[in-house]
Ligand binder design. Structure first.
Ligand SMILES: Nc1ncnc2c1ncn2[C@@H]1O[C@H](COP(=O)(O)OP(=O)(O)OP(=O)(O)O)[C@@H](O)[C@H]1O
Length: 304
């Protein structure tokens, strides 16, 4: 189901949390919504789901405007909030039945069984939510977001705080769900978005910074800057490398390894090699690095 976010602005008192944010996403898209802490991700997600009204702008879902009291339209959206507020004293199945009742679903039992099946909660459904691990609680959160079979799923930082195994399971679950639904999921961890999504939207300080396929954002003009890993047989002299023309950033990886980022689009490798020879440093490795989304993210969101 297509979703259009049009020129959304929202302030809390004198603080502007969102400033004219616009983008849209279409049927079957799995979009990563990336931004540092406080960028405005949760605020925008609450507005998309209709929990919060914007000061300006509108969200259009399948041609209709989302408002807090448009319940029929809002029931097309499933939402997993950031601090997944589960009732820890309820049993998993009991909680899902309660959620299904909230949506006044006619085929309640069937939907609960399907949500349990879809999120792999079969063995846990008779346990109390309070007794579950964080990964399984997130599954319960996903199950409640899916219970009414919404067309659009909004997941606010669903992978935060999970251990590597749980992380992998939840990622797989999100990918699986996205085959049938439009999914927008937020994170402040770039690797998460890189691992799951094809498209990324980056916001910072309430403003949209970039929007596009992950591969394009990684190789876009702004960040088409080479990174070269240099390994020497002796300790790295950071101050010396900073003086090499064409070098922007110098990051010490360990005592003998340094990561150099070009300040423009030139190929640094010939100059690095000659510089090392001139300084009588023996080069063991000189390797061009794949620029990760993390580097792009830092570049785009750091204070200018
Ligand atoms: N209820 C509120 N009252 C006042 N300020 C708020 C409120 N909710 C959010 N803010 C402020 O609005 C800005 C955006 O917050 P928001 O929670 O939307 O960001 P976020 O990108 O989701 O951050 P995080 O990754 O830390 O969850 C922040 O500066 C935050 O302090």
């Amino acid at each position: 189901m297509p979703v259009q976010v049009k020129n959304i602005t929202k302030s809390y008192g004198s603080q502007k949390a969102l400033d004219g944010v616009s983008f849209s996403f279409d049927d079957g898209e799995l979009v990563g919504f990336l931004g540092p802490n406080g960028a405005g991700k949760s605020t925008l997600m609450r507005i998309i789901t209709g929990y919060l009204a914007p000061d300006e702008g509108q969200v259009i879902l399948n041609g209709e405007r989302v408002t807090p009291d448009h319940y029929r339209l809002r029931s097309q959206i499933g939402y997993l909030p950031e601090h997944n507020p589960l009732y820890t004293d309820l049993y998993v199945k009991e909680f899902l039945e309660f959620t299904a009742g909230f949506y006044q679903l006619r085929n309640k039992k069937k939907r609960v069984a399907e949500a349990v099946e879809m999120t792999g909660l079969g063995l846990e459904q008779h346990k109390k939510i309070g007794a579950l691990s964080k990964g399984y609680r997130q599954r319960v959160g996903l199950a409640q977001a899916l219970i009414h079979d919404p067309a659009v799923l909004i997941l606010d930082e669903p992978t935060t705080g999970l251990d590597p195994n749980q992380l992998d399971e939840i990622r797989q679950l999100i990918r699986q769900v996205s085959r049938e639904k439009t999914v927008l999921f937020s994170s402040h961890i770039m690797q998460e978005v890189e691992a799951i999504c094809n498209r990324v939207i980056i916001i910072n300080q309430g403003k949209l910074i970039t929007d596009g396929p992950v591969a394009d954002v990684k190789s876009g003009g702004l960040i088409a800057r080479q990174q070269v890993l240099v390994e020497l047989t002796t300790a790295v002299d950071v101050a010396a490398w900073k003086k090499l023309p064409g070098v922007g950033e110098v990051d010490l990886v360990d005592e003998r390894k340094v990561l150099l980022t070009a300040s423009d689009e030139t190929d640094l490798r010939p100059a690095i090699f000659q510089f090392a020879v001139a300084n009588k440093w023996v080069v063991l490795t000189l390797q061009e690095q794949q620029v990760g989304l993390e580097h792009v993210f830092r570049e785009l969101t750091q204070a200018k």
